[in-house]
Design a protein around this ligand. Sequence first.
Ligand code: SF4
Ligand code: SF4
Length: 109
Amino acid sequence: MGDVSRRDLFRIFGRRVQPAPRPVAEPDPLRVALVSGRHCLALTSRCSVCIEQCPIPGAMQWDAGLPMVNPDICNGCRICQQVCPAPTNAVRMLPRPPGSNQSWQESPD
Ligand code: SF4
Ligand code: SF4
């Protein structure tokens, strides 16, 4: 492993993802956020930035270790998408499903 100690590895891989300052974004009533579990870092890097930065209480909540969006509460502001640090952004903004009243989340597989 050369010059890299176990302590260094822990520091590199064990650190928490730090939240960025919350960007300003306008609500979009025609859009709703969807988290892709396949790209989300919540399980591998303990990321929780989107939930911390979401301005609407209850719009994002934990479900089996992944953020889940409640489309009835989400205002489509895209802040969660803007702050997501995943190499492939894990938040997609989709057209709001008409009449939807269910919380939804894309499967991690
Ligand atoms: S689009 Fe806005 S309101 Fe909806 S989950 Fe993301 S940050 Fe929260
Ligand atoms: S969706 Fe993005 S910001 Fe939210 S927990 Fe996953 S990686 Fe972090």
